[in-house]
Design a protein around this ligand. Structure first.
Ligand code: NAD
Ligand code: IPM
Ligand code: MN
Length: 370
């Protein structure tokens, strides 16, 4: 089989530090007979420094052409005052939009070994396994107008526009229902129909899709603010949560802390399968950002990045066996008490980014051999 083509976009801050650990896992896969061809390109502040854009057209073309993209993180105080259009985050938003990655899967799994690292009580999070399905190419992130209007006399008006059309809600709802069928058969849809027209439409469309196509899946609705409260009060009540772009952003950061650290949460951003080839564009990235407060010190937890690679094996290459082995390797390393600073606990051994990557890669290799 031809080598699968990966584009690596390390980005800024801890992005490159986490991406370096991906190379170790790819080396294990290559030794096990699953080679990946990798190319590295610039995104975010790194791209801005090199050519004044958050991602260049050439590098964007590489992303469009790759079998999968692995993304680190972008942003940081260094670029706080660059023009809005070319700020580092614009590179990530362009990738999502141009690659049409409308479905963002953000699993929040609490590894047993980390139940005490959560800010919630152990019994609330032990065994937690929820999946947030976030709409990623619509809503207030991309609606127009999006502008600051000068009204004179020192007054300005900032405008963002939340827009959703039926087809956008239908397709993300289907992703959520399909995934629920492979899990515990339950979807909770979150919006704010009490104040937002998009919320009314969201509720109506998700209900119809559920009724017409997924009668076997249980569907509940929750106002998104109450949903945030319930995530912290009693997170294990959820199986799949489907929500819009902005609520999904916030709810997934909340869910991240249930698992112990933002440094643990992976994500997959998927496009629709091509009607002819069945190929779907995909980008895999940790939920966390560039963590400027710890960047450059070898402290970052690379597990979110490595678990994103596991999601890539599963969703882009159907390498379920390898994906599961990699996830088991992460669990085993945590079980053995190896911890980065963000998830450190009494009696455990604290390691840096590189040592954590070494430990996971070594365990992964043993599991693949077994
Ligand atoms: P952040 O996720 O970068 O950091 C939040 C906190 O979590 C920090 O204390 C950080 O040290 C910690 N943290 C995050 N990842 C960690 C890891 N892997 N290991 C250990 N600790 C970790 O969020 P922020 O500080 O709000 O944002 C910083 C920059 O990152 C901003 O420019 C923001 O726009 C950007 N950002 C980028 C992405 C992305 O590239 N996907 C996502 C979120 C934020
Ligand atoms: C995320 C991030 C991004 C978002 C930013 C960096 C554009 O917070 O992926 O969660 O808001 O979607
Ligand atoms: Mn976010």
């Amino acid at each position: 089989m031809a080598a699968r083509k990966l584009l690596l976009l390390p980005g800024d801050g801890i992005g490159p530090e986490a991406m370096a650990e991906v190379d170790k896992v790819l080396a294990v896969l290559a030794r096990a007979g699953s080679p990946f061809e990798t190319e590295t390109a610039l995104v975010g502040g790194a791209a801005y420094d090199a050519h004044g854009q958050a991602i260049s057209n050439d590098h964007m073309a590489l992303a469009m052409d790759a079998d999968a993209v692995l993304f680190g993180a972008v942003g940081g105080p260094k670029w706080d005052s660059v023009p809005y259009e070319v700020r580092p985050e614009a590179g990530l938003l362009r990738l999502r939009k141009d690659m049409a990655l409308f479905a963002n899967l953000r699993p929040a799994i609490c590894y047993p070994a980390l139940a005490d690292a959560s800010s919630l009580k152990r019994e609330l999070v032990d065994g937690l396994d929820i999946l947030i399905v976030r709409e990623l190419t619509g809503g207030v992130y991309f609606g127009s107008p999006k502008e600051i209007v000068d009204l004179g006399e020192g007054q300005k008006r900032g405008v963002d526009t939340q827009v959703y059309e039926t087809y956008e809600i239908e397709r993300i709802a289907r992703v959520a229902f399909e995934l629920a069928r492979t899990r515990h058969g339950k979807v909770t849809s979150m919006e704010k129909r009490n104040v937002m027209k998009t919320g009314v439409l969201w509720n109506e469309v998700v209900s119809r899709v559920g009724r017409d196509e997924y009668r076997d899946v249980r569907l509940d609705h929750m106002l998104a603010d109450a949903g945030g409260m319930q995530l912290v009060r009693s997170p294990k009540q959820f199986d799949v949560i489907v929500t819009d772009n902005l609520f999904g952003d916030m709810l997934s950061d909340i869910a991240a802390m249930l698992t112990g650290s933002l440094g643990m949460l992976p994500s997959a951003s998927l496009g629709a399968p091509d009607a002819n080839t069945g190929r779907r564009r995909a980008l895999y990235e940790p939920v966390h950002g560039s963590a400027p407060d710890i960047a450059g010190r070898g402290l970052a937890n690379p597990i979110a990045m490595i678990a994103s690679l596991a999601m890539m094996l599963r969703y882009s290459f159907e390498m379920t066996h390898e994906a599961e082995a990699l996830e088991r390797a992460i669990a085993a390393v945590l079980e053995a008490g190896t911890r980065t600073a963000d998830i450190m606990a009494p009696g455990c051994r604290q390691v840096g980014t590189g040592e954590m990557g070494d430990a996971v890669a070594a365990r992964f290799e043993r599991l693949l051999d077994a």
